[in-house]
Design a protein around this ligand. Structure first.
Ligand code: CO
Length: 136
C-alpha cells in the first residue's frame, strides 16, 4: 500500500441550524468549538470540536442547492460522512481508482483547516460517504 490511514479525522453531521446544534453539543457533551470555517466550494459552514486527535464536525448548508442542503432535504439532519486521515491523499485516490472504486473527487482539493481532501462515493464504501483528509 502506498498510503496509510492514520486516524479518524472527523465525523460529519448535517444540521438544520448550526448555532442551535453547536449550543446543544456544548450543553449535552461539554465540548467547546475549536474551529469554525465557511467552505464556499462545498457550500457549508462548519464547526469543529476537537476530540482527542479527531474532530466532530457539524455542517450547516449555505443553501438548498448544495450537497449538504440536498442531503438535509432528502434525509433530514444526521450523520453525513466519515473522514479518514491519510498520509497521502493522492496515493489513496490512485489506489482506489485502480481498484475500480467510484470516486466523487478525481483529484484532491482544498478542505477546511487548509487540508487536502477527496470524497469517495458511498457506493464504494458500503453506503457511507467517505472523505479522505491529508493534513499539510
Ligand atoms: Co468533512
Amino acid at each position: 500500500m502506498t498510503f496509510e490511514l492514520t486516524e479518524i479525522d472527523h465525523v460529519g453531521i448535517a444540521v438544520d441550524d448550526l448555532e442551535a446544534a453547536t449550543e446543544r453539543y456544548r450543553r449535552l457533551l461539554g465540548v467547546e468549538p475549536s474551529h469554525r470555517e465557511r467552505v464556499d466550494d462545498q457550500g457549508v459552514d462548519e464547526v469543529l470540536f476537537a476530540i482527542g486527535p479527531s474532530y466532530l464536525q457539524l455542517l450547516g448548508a449555505l443553501g438548498p442547492e448544495t450537497p449538504v442542503g440536498r442531503s438535509l432535504a432528502v434525509r433530514g439532519p444526521g450523520l453525513h460522512h466519515v473522514a479518514y486521515r491519510v498520509d497521502d491523499v493522492g496515493a489513496a485516490l490512485a489506489h482506489l481508482r485502480e481498484e475500480g472504486a467510484r470516486l466523487v473527487d478525481e483529484v484532491p482539493r482544498r478542505g477546511s483547516r487548509d487540508t487536502l481532501i477527496a470524497f469517495v462515493h458511498p457506493h464504494a464504501m458500503g453506503g457511507v460517504l467517505v472523505e479522505l483528509v491529508q493534513e499539510r
